[in-house]
Write a protein that binds this ligand. Sequence first.
Ligand SMILES: NC(=O)c1ccc[n+]([C@@H]2O[C@H](COP(=O)([O-])OP(=O)(O)OC[C@H]3O[C@@H](n4cnc5c(N)ncnc54)[C@H](O)[C@@H]3O)[C@@H](O)[C@H]2O)c1
Ligand SMILES: [Zn+2]
Length: 382
Amino acid sequence: MTAPVRSDHTVVQVALGARSYDIVIGRGVLNTLGARIAALRPGAKTFIVTDANVAGHHLASTEAALAAAAIACDRMIVPPGEASKSFQYFAQVCEAIIASRIERGDLVVALGGGVIGDLAGFAAAVVRRGIDYVQVPTTLLAQVDSSVGGKTAIDSAHGKNLVGAFHQPILVLADTALLDSLPAREFRAGYAEVAKYGLIGDEAFFAWLEANWRDIFAAAGAAGGNARDHAVAVSCRAKAAIVARDERETGDRQLLNLGHTFGHALEAACGFSDRLLHGEAIAIGMALALQFSVARQGLMTRQEADRAIRHLAAVGLPTAISQIPGPPLPLEQLMELIGQDKKIKRGRLTFILARGIGSAFIESGIDRNEVRAFLSDKLAER
Ligand SMILES: NC(=O)c1ccc[n+]([C@@H]2O[C@H](COP(=O)([O-])OP(=O)(O)OC[C@H]3O[C@@H](n4cnc5c(N)ncnc54)[C@H](O)[C@@H]3O)[C@@H](O)[C@H]2O)c1
Ligand SMILES: [Zn+2]
């Protein structure tokens, strides 16, 4: 076997029995893509799915990494943006994969952010009743969240991610140097998910982020590189552990939804547009979930919630509904959206709340009226 070895990368395993796989993290690991695929699936052909932005920056180096191991590849480039997670592009991607004679035993390579990972992963889940795929995440959000755990989906006219499948990749290659070309706003939005892992279950990591976030954001250079790699590795380790315990989100995996019930409602009310990116919505959503925890029988101290919110604000993320640009969001619309959330059970709402930084828990019996009263106060803060 040609085991590509570099001293400065980290490997995190997602332990799922026969479906286990490695997440390889580090600057420059994209160069090892071909060698790793050759080792995992000797003789496999590949089909790259990417978007136009990512193709402009990183398609040539990805193809070169495959060519270096004499791996054949075809490609399809879709437009950037959430609109590509549609039935239309899903059909086009499936047809293109089939047309390029990719068979069972061959591989799809998802080269891009969460949109590409979800779209290409879902196509891989269903073409020929399932072929293997590799995630090469190119956004911070995708490196720490969407590329890991096997959730794949496209959007329905009724809502986001409503048509999909669980389909685990066979390898995740997170080259942190690819993030150098990511727009600052996208990087910052992805950072909300990094902070989330600290808030959910790792106070020491959160404290480390408070001290080191500037190095994570710094483009290149030794210090920046190391801090960024560390942040991605710790995040992936946290997600891998949760996914290994609860692959299908029947229990613990719900913790990853901290800030997501409020966040999704805000995102949806803004039409999933540039007005509010997912990570920005999650930053506000986490601030709200922590404040709601404080308001609820004083689960968390106000000082601790303030400390968490201060950090999100320090990196430039929004932390209050009043920071969302544009017309005010109506309370009843938000309540309606929260009610549609999949985390609802028999009229009672489920939220991820916290007893402190690093101690999140699942609370499932929350009364809608309590949420309405809380949100109404928050909307009044203008
Ligand atoms: N499957 C999961 O578990 C999971 C988890 C979280 C989010 N998601 C999904 O992920 C999607 C959001 O992902 P995202 O935030 O990565 O968005 P995205 O894929 O749309 O990427 C954001 C933008 O950055 C551009 N881009 C990507 N990489 C780049 C690079 N290296 N250099 C320059 N530009 C680059 C893209 O073209 C796009 O314009 C949503 O559809 C969401 O539902 C899935
Ligand atoms: Zn998220």
